[in-house]
Design a protein around this ligand. Sequence first.
Ligand SMILES: [Zn+2]
Length: 164
Amino acid sequence: MAIASEYDVTHKCGHTQKHDLSSLPAGDRQGRASWLATTDCTSCFITKKKRANTRQRNKQRDGEVQAALEDAERDGLPPLAGTAKQTDWAVRIRHDLLRDAYDQLVAGGGMTEADYTTAILEPARLVGRAGWWIDNRHTEVADLVEILADSGQAAEAVTNENPF
Ligand SMILES: [Zn+2]
């Protein structure tokens, strides 16, 4: 009787999958089939891998948000208003924009810390709406000073502090 080349393997996950083992020597097929039974089926393997990748990405994003929030607190920047998804994103955008501005203007451009605070940080503290940062996420550093100086958010921020 010929040794089978196709095996119905019941995997660890409980799914049964057909495996073509014809490329293996006949004497190795049963061993491979037994080993395959200790693994997940292809579909579960892919699903688990995708989940692990998503978890890894989420973890990285949470870490970035956390770091951005800590920097924001140190810089006196307000929590942002919006949906959780918007604020997570906007906090990172604000962080990147301000860090780029600091790198270019202070570290690279000779601006004093005090001038940076006046031109960038103070007006940025008045912008509490997540959507504003998202809308302006592609702003160049050269334009950031200008849009912060006339952000249209100052009145809103004052209103937010005194809702009644
Ligand atoms: Zn499975």
